[in-house]
Structures are given as C-alpha cells and as structure tokens.
Design a binder for this molecule. Structure first.
Ligand code: KG4
Ligand code: ZN
Length: 340
C-alpha cells in the first residue's frame, strides 16, 4: 500500500499491437504521452506481427527517452514502471515487458502489470489539469477497439461487470474489413470516418442482426456488405469509386448506429446516468456525436476521451498502473506476457 505523501511518478509502457508508446504520470496527472505509430503495416493491409515486434525494438528506447525528457523526469525520480502485460500480439508484448522488467530491476523499483482493456476504460481518469472531470462510480462504458466490443458496468476501478459483448467480430474489425473490401487502406476505421463526412448515411441500408440482450454481432454485416458489393461490381467495375462516400457513410451508420442502439438500451436498464466510450473506435466522429446527443436526450453525463487517449497509448497504462500501485499490487518480475 502506498503511504508516501508525495504522489508516485510512474513510467508506463504500451506495446501490445502496432503502437510503441511511453508515458509519465505524477499521481493521476499526465506529464507526457509519446506514441510512435508503425507505418510499415499499411502496405500489407494489416498488422504483420514479425514486423511489429521489430519496429517496437527500434522504437522503445527513443520513445521512453522522449517521454522522460518531455516530462522533465530523471529516471532516478521514478517510483514504478507499469507495462501492458496483455492481451495483444505476443512478440509485440515481449518487447515492452522485457524493457519494463529490466528498467525496474536496474532502478530497483516496483513493476506494475496492466491489462490493456482495463487501461482503455481507465483512460477516463487521466487528469491533464485540476479542472479535469472524471466519472463517478458506477458508470457504463462502451469499450470498442480493433479486438473488443463490450458494454461494461464499472463498480470501481477494477471491478468491471460485462453487460454485453460481441459474439464474433469486434466493431473496429468490422470497419477495418469493410474498408478492406473497398480497398481503401489500413487501418480502415479512420478512413471510413473521413470519407463518410462527404457521404449520405441513408443511401444504403445494411441490416443489423437480431441478437438477444445486450450482445452484438458484426460478422453478418460484413458478409452482406461483401455480397452487396460483389453484385454491384459485376455490373459496374467502377461502382465503389463512384459511390465511395455514400458506401462509407452507410456502413458506418449501420455499425455505429447498432453500437449506440444497444448501448442506449443497456444504460436505461442499468439505471446508471453516466456513460463513457473508450478504445480506438471511440475516436469515430459519428459515435462521439451520437453519444453526445443520446446524453442530451436522456439527461446523462457523457465521457468522450480526447483523441490521444482513444487509440493505443501508454497514458492509459500509466493511470491503470497508478491505481494498482496505490493498492500495492506489484508484479512478479518473472511473469510472462499473455496474448489473449
Ligand atoms: O484501441 P485500438 O487502437 O487497438 C486495439 O486495442 O484494438 O483500436 C484500433 C481500432 C481499429 O479497428 C481502427 O480502425 C479503429 O480502432 N479506429 C476507428 C477510428 N480510429 C481508429 N474506427 C472508426 N473511426 C475512427 N476515427
Ligand atoms: Zn487498444
């Protein structure tokens, strides 16, 4: 248990997928958050695990140095090193885990292991100033990333009850696959978001499946989108180019509309009046606007993360590490990363 009167200074490291990131926090206050995104995967249309771990190895030292320098923190001032233990790509995680272990060992300070998904949700507690407003418990959080789609009820920082989740693909994965079908590039989510701004979201209607309770399913949407385009392309090879913005706006409307509809039901049922979104897809402009409007309709307080805290970043690992550090939950230096 942390008893010092001074807030701890924590270095956090995130390397679960294709972003190498390091952040420094003093207590819950962010001092720096440096992210090196790997461009190498774009030409392959998805993350190539071997290339990701190699890029993490190249990036990790300069990224950590920059984070410490921007925070004006000497490494001897650090109280602990927090790192993402999983889930993620094993080779990518290994780089961050080994670096965090050797740094903590060298400095003789505790190590704190963080779950990547908890970190996304806890990003709402990062403070940039004394005025930063954070959620109060209990609150509902829609966690939407490239690998996960879950509606969570937060009872406290680490007690997250799953109210609903996808039974197949994640929402980000569905957007990425839709973009791939249209040959728009990777990652597809932000490209669809951008193209959709010029399109008509009612131009096409793609049906959403009937799934019981608060659960989601996205694989059928992707398949019907694929078959729809296959038929159109047989008649007109230029079909996608001619209708790209409308297609993007309509498929985004289908996926994001579905996310919001189920979230709304789950929140009403929970009786909770604070709602947050987190994860890479929470950067989506349609989702952000939709949640804002939903909050106004129901009189809910909504929490929408700043862009730098939506996609993978070490600041969120730092805040999760801070809460664990306060509880004295240190990691065994021998523990391995976990992929899933
Ligand atoms: O949280 P994240 O960076 O990595 C995972 O933990 O998976 O999420 C990545 C996902 C990708 O599927 C990407 O397409 C999606 O977030 N994404 C977006 C946007 N920005 C990132 N999806 C829709 N609109 C965006 N603006
Ligand atoms: Zn993530």
């Amino acid at each position: 248990m942390h008893t010092d009167t001074q807030p701890p200074v924590i270095l956090a490291i995130e390397s679960s997928c294709d972003d190498t990131s390091a952040a420094v926090l003093r207590g819950d206050r962010i001092l720096s958050n440096v992210i090196a995104s790997q461009k190498v995967h774009e030409q392959y249309g998805g993350v190539v695990p071997e290339l990701a771990s190699r890029a993490h190895q190249q990036n990790i030292v300069p990224v950590v140095d920059t984070a410490l320098r921007q925070a004006a923190i000497d490494r001897r001032m650090l109280s602990a090193v927090a790192f993402t233990r999983g889930p993620g790509l094993l080779g990518s995680l290994m780089v961050g885990v080994s670096f965090a272990k050797s740094m903590a060992q060298g400095l003789e300070i505790p190590l704190v292991e963080v779950n990547h998904l908890q970190a996304h949700v806890l990003s709402h507690f990062i403070k940039e100033s004394d005025e930063s407003v954070v959620p109060k418990f209990p609150f509902v959080c829609l966690l939407v990333s490239g690998g996960h789609t879950q509606i969570l009820l937060l009872h406290d920082h680490f007690h997250m009850e799953v109210l609903g989740q996808t039974i197949d693909d994640a929402a980000g994965e569905a957007l990425d696959k839709a973009a791939k079908i249209m040959d728009l590039g990777y990652p597809g989510g932000p490209i669809i978001d951008r193209m959709a701004q010029q399109g008509d979201a009612t131009a096409y209607h793609f049906a959403t499946p009937n799934i019981a309770g608060n659960d989601y399913s996205f694989s059928g949407i992707k398949t019907s989108f694929l078959y729809f385009l296959r038929d159109r392309l047989a008649e007109d090879p230029q079909y996608i180019e001619r209708h790209c913005a409308d297609l993007c706006a309509s498929i985004q409307e289908c996926i994001v509309g579905f996310l919001l509809k189920k979230l709304e039901k789950a929140v009403i049922k929970s009786g909770v009046r604070q709602v947050a979104i987190a994860g890479g897809v929470s950067a989506n402009s349609r989702l952000r606007k939709g949640l804002e409007q939903m909050g106004q309709r129901h009189g809910w307080q909504v929490f929408i993360p700043k862009f730098q805290y939506c996609t993978d970043n070490a600041a969120m690992v730092g805040i999760a590490g801070y809460f664990k550090y306060l509880n004295g939950e240190y990691a065994d230096p021998a523990l391995p990363p976990y992929a899933n």
